[in-house]
Design a protein around this ligand. Structure first.
Ligand SMILES: C[S@@+](CC[C@H](N)C(=O)[O-])C[C@H]1O[C@@H](n2cnc3c(N)ncnc32)[C@H](O)[C@@H]1O
Length: 281
């Protein structure tokens, strides 16, 4: 896969290439210097996946479009966000001491909201391209001049791993208040009326549908739920409004939103007493 970079971003591009070489066999990056960021028209001529490093950081391009986790673009929403008006925050019952594992990090938008509202969030992502995009999104957010954003991203850690292994190996050694899961879902399970999918979601769906040799099969995250329930007193799962519950396990509580719902699972026997079980709606 090609990594296109500008002369002024050569160092960052080399660092990304090195990270891929050290961390995954799935992609060997070939560096390609260009004087300017490829235009949309140029990208349409090369529909295959490629990475771009320009002054705005690392991008993934495919099918003539490019995208990156848009953390700075979330600021408008974040400044309006509160524990009461964000369903995800209500479901996770955020406090300033909450320790959350986002076991399906994706573009990190949900994790950023949780961290913005005070939680410490470990974002676990198994796809190397998404893990690299997340690490760079964090670096870009730190460069952006917004003190509250800096505080939030300093509470966010990116881990490139499969969450199955991470939940078993690491989480049991540290106190985890919430595990949050937002796995991809099969198309047939989604609500019939789907809003137009945003460009970044289109590229994400395209990326995740390409098999890598480290993939055994497409999995829809069912195995994560019982593992998460072993680790945290509260597990929150994002689902399409009408979809079956993850792994067919009925939640103890549902928070219903306009576009999706959050299913809550509570493990009363786990020893972490920080979190009461249901919030007041
Ligand atoms: C729907 S996206 C999550 C979107 C995310 N909530 C956000 O706000 O951007 C699901 C992500 O979970 C990742 N994922 C799925 N199963 C995983 C697993 N077992 N371990 C780690 N990451 C996983 C996928 O690679 C994908 O990036």
């Amino acid at each position: 896969m090609h990594l296109i970079y500008l002369p002024q971003t050569a160092q960052q591009a080399q660092a990304v290439q090195q990270w891929f070489a050290l961390n995954t066999d799935d992609y060997a990056l070939v560096l390609e210097e260009q004087a300017e960021t490829p235009t949309a028209r140029e990208l349409r001529k090369r529909p295959e996946l490629c990475l771009i490093y320009d002054e705005q950081g690392l991008w993934l391009a495919a099918n003539g479009m490019k995208m990156q986790p848009d953390w700075v673009g979330q600021l408008q929403r974040l400044y309006r966000a509160g524990i009461r008006n964000e369903l995800l925050a209500r479901a996770c019952l955020i406090s300033s001491t909450a320790n959350i594992i986002d076991a399906t990090a994706g573009l990190g938008h949900d994790a950023l909201l949780l961290a913005w509202l005070g939680a410490s969030v470990t974002m676990v992502e198994r796809h190397p391209i998404l893990a690299a995009l997340l690490m760079d999104a964090k670096a870009q957010a730190i460069r952006f001049s917004d003190e509250r954003l800096h505080h939030a991203v300093n509470r966010m850690t990116v881990v490139f791993a499969k969450s199955e292994a991470y939940l078993v190996d690491h989480a049991i050694h540290s106190a985890v208040d919430v595990v949050y899961l937002d796995p991809m879902f099969p198309k047939a399970a989604t609500d019939k009326k789907q809003p137009l999918v945003k460009k970044e979601m289109q590229i994400l769906q395209h990326l995740l549908s390409i098999p890598r040799h480290s993939d055994v099969d497409i999995d829809w995250g069912d195995a994560l739920l019982p593992l998460a329930m072993n680790v945290a007193k509260r597990v929150v799962v994002k689902r399409p409004r009408l979809a079956e519950p993850l792994a067919g396990i009925e939640p103890a509580h549902r928070w219903l939103g306009d576009a999706c719902r959050f299913d809550g699972y509570f493990q009363h026997h786990l020893s972490n007493d920080l979190i009461p079980v249901i919030d007041h709606e």
